[in-house]
Design a protein around this ligand. Sequence first.
Ligand SMILES: Cc1cc2nc3c(=O)[nH]c(=O)nc-3n(C[C@H](O)[C@H](O)[C@H](O)COP(=O)(O)O)c2cc1C
Length: 190
Amino acid sequence: MKVIAFLGSPRKDGNTELLLNEAIKGVKVSGSAVQIFNLNFMRISPCQDCGGCDETGKCIVEDEMSQIYNAIRTADRIILASPIFFFGLSAQAKIMIDRCQAFWCEKYLLKKPIPEGKFGRKGLLLLVGGMEKEAGIKCSETTARAFFRTISVPEHKTLSFLGIDAKGAILGHPTALKDAYEAGKELVNI
Ligand SMILES: Cc1cc2nc3c(=O)[nH]c(=O)nc-3n(C[C@H](O)[C@H](O)[C@H](O)COP(=O)(O)O)c2cc1C
């Protein structure tokens, strides 16, 4: 089973990364490898709305997004992990998602959704926010759902934690790391 993960936090060893690492440990119990994309370090331009993908479903911008297009197309399981920034996903995550407009054209204009493999396609969304405001989860989750639908991932689980602000604060949460580990295990359970 092919599993890919997007890390949307710029903070090294931050709460999102700690959570994602636990989810990955859970995935690896099944023997599946995980390809991780640390979006903060990738050269990916924002979507230019140039229309270059309208008729082909292929983005014409040449940058490191090309690795991600291939990975998304062939993945069975997709993890998106992001901190909540200004009530939404981080810019790092959002830039990658906007570039998936090429998949939107392929799916909805050309009527060619990404075919699923024998394991189907499932997602996991991990969110961490420093404030106790549910709106941050709602907004991020809405964008993430649109992302998953566009890349033909019909179902996903969301794990979110609020009130986690300082670097590493997630380590003091009573269940978060275990929850992420279990969610990773469940993601690849067939
Ligand atoms: C630019 C920026 C914007 C933020 N906006 C929000 C927000 O709208 N809602 C919230 O709950 N937390 C917000 N936070 C707090 C982060 O979500 C929180 O510190 C989180 O734990 C960061 O995760 P990380 O350690 O993985 O980077 C913001 C932090 C930054 C740096």
